[in-house]
Design a protein around this ligand. Structure first.
Ligand SMILES: NC(=O)c1ccc[n+]([C@@H]2O[C@H](COP(=O)([O-])OP(=O)(O)OC[C@H]3O[C@@H](n4cnc5c(N)ncnc54)[C@H](OP(=O)(O)O)[C@@H]3O)[C@@H](O)[C@H]2O)c1
Length: 486
């Protein structure tokens, strides 16, 4: 056996769906090509439609880009399909038989991962049946991977969590936020904690504000039905943006164990400053895209499955504060939106300007550390330096590193990375219940105020622009501006 090889059976609920085909199977194939999965693994895809094993294998193979045809065929040979309605208890009995057969056939030692790649409303039913019909193994590990959305507010997330933990112990539950699987997000703690220079300045004495931008170029595409029930605040801020803030703001963990990192992240989620209702309209603004100025792109209200009078936000910008001494007075400005001019995830750490520059002009900009998360991956630190030649002025100079093409090619997809971490039982890049509940309580406070106060006049930004004017005004109110302006 190759020494990297893992033994595992993965059961994917929603195995015929989009997420499974576009993300999960290609990620598993990468693990196969790298030898992490080899002889001792099997995948069962389940869904209601009556597919055969062969047809299922064909659909899996169609979504594989890498490898040779022979490797693809060998890989899909480990895939099995079980027609299964998750609400029908009898179907779990048939599923259990297949699980037991494959466990023995591939010598999987009872290691099982159950992946919920379907509507969250069904997670509780699945978890309950896994227990009542004895699908959990007594010998190896049993783990559950759950996709977003995990609830639509704190109460529904709590109900979902209660349903899940009635079957699985807390440390068997892996809540995925794929931003935690991104190379440059995982790089943040290395940058912060393994450079004494950075560690020394990573606080309110030196940092003026931190800006996080998650820009999407696409509109809602075919996800209109879901998006109408979610909006940008739930879809992007509650999870991805909050997790990035946790990586940027957590105190130094005692060591690099899962427990220590999870505990450090929890500090952030338990110290989110809760605004009172009167502050929220000044701290969080929302937008919705209209048609593009050139008429090429539709407005949100004209998209498929969208209410023509919808008041769902496709853009959010806000200011988040943490009640932690290290971050006293440092705003975390966040923004995310659909149909912005480009796809980009980027973090700008804006350092304080010297109270009085010795060489620079009054207008010398503050030093900024930019972390490019995607599509580029790299760091740029804009520092003040001497202007070349006889000049005695200071100017800003970039110190820059970007992943080379070769390095970028070696970066695993977030799903590949996180699935491997789940197989290895590493939990630090998954979302704990404390993270989840803290984030929902914070988001619910905003939502409640938005629901009670009058909605801004939508649409309020044309597709292809950086959002409504209120996004810029949010920072202007304190004499600041967005560093990234496209
Ligand atoms: N797609 C993505 O990129 C993405 C990204 C992040 C999160 N997610 C989340 O992941 C989940 C799945 O998304 P998706 O895009 O893959 O959805 P999808 O394409 O609609 O797939 C849903 C799957 O669930 C199965 N299913 C539905 N009801 C069932 C039942 N009663 N019993 C058994 N199987 C049933 C469907 O197959 P049958 O109809 O044959 O039963 C299908 O395989 C959603 O919660 C979504 O929000 C998706």
């Amino acid at each position: 056996m190759n020494e990297n090889e893992k033994r595992v059976l993965m059961v994917i609920f929603g195995g015929s769906g989009d997420l499974a085909h576009r993300k999960l199977y290609p990620a598993l194939f990468e693990l196969y090509l790298k030898g992490q999965l080899d002889q001792h693994f099997a995948v069962i895809g389940t869904a209601r439609r009556p597919w055969t094993h062969d047809y299922f294998r064909q659909t899996v193979a169609e979504n594989l880009q890498a490898g040779t045809a022979a490797q693809q065929q060998a890989f899909v040979g480990h895939f099995y399909y079980q027609s299964h309605d998750v609400q029908d208890a009898d179907h779990y009995i048939i599923l259990k038989k297949l699980i037991d057969t494959l466990d023995e056939q591939y010598q999987l030692h009872g290691n099982r991962i159950f992946y919920m790649a379907m509507r969250p409303a069904l997670f509780g039913t699945i978890a309950a049946h896994l227990k009542s019909e004895h699908l959990l193994s007594a010998s190896g590990f049993n783990r559950l991977i759950i996709e977003k959305p995990f609830g639509h507010d704190y109460q529904s997330a709590l109900a979902l969590n209660d349903a899940v933990i009635s079957t699985f112990a807390r440390d068997q539950v892996y809540r995925i936020d794929h931003y935690l699987g991104k190379e440059m997000v995982q790089n943040i703690p290395y940058l912060r904690f393994d450079n004494p220079l950075m560690a020394a300045v990573w606080n309110h004495d030196y940092i003026d504000n931190i800006q996080i931008t998650l820009a999407e170029k696409l509109g809602v595409e075919e996800r209109g039905g879901y998006y109408e029930t979610a909006g940008a605040l739930r879809d992007m801020v509650q999870n991805h943006i909050m997790q990035i803030i946790a990586m940027l703001a957590m105190p130094r963990p005692a060591d690099n164990t899962d427990q220590a990192i999870t505990a450090a992240r929890r500090e952030v989620f338990t110290h989110l400053h809760q605004y009172d209702a009167t502050e929220i309209p000044r701290k969080f603004i929302r937008g919705q895209y209209g048609p593009s100025e050139d008429g090429q792109a539709l407005g949100y209200r004209q998209e498929d499955k969208i209410d023509p009078k919808s008041n769902v936000e496709t853009f959010v910008a806000g200011e988040i504060q943490l009640d932690l001494p290290q971050w006293q007075g440092v705003p975390f400005y966040v923004r995310t939106g659909k149909r912005l001019p480009l796809k980009k995830t980027r973090i700008d750490v804006v350092f304080k300007s010297a109270a009085q520059n010795l060489f620079g002009s009054e207008t010398l900009a503050a030093p900024v550390l930019t972390i490019e998360v995607e599509p580029e991956m790299g760091l740029t630190w804009h520092l003040n330096a001497k202007e070349v030649g006889q000049s005695t002025s200071a100017i800003q100079r970039p110190l820059h590193f970007a992943l080379s093409q070769t390095e970028a090619g070696q970066v695993p997809d977030a799903y590949e990375r996180l699935i491997l971490e789940a197989i290895n039982g590493r939990r630090s890049n998954f979302v704990s219940w404390q993270d989840m509940s803290g984030a929902w309580q914070f988001i619910d406070g905003i939502r409640q105020v938005w629901e009670e106060c009058q909605c801004p006049h939508f649409p309020n930004y044309p597709a292809g622009t950086m959002g409504p004017a209120a996004s810029d005004q949010l920072l202007q109110a304190s004499g600041r501006h967005w560093i990234f302006t496209n």
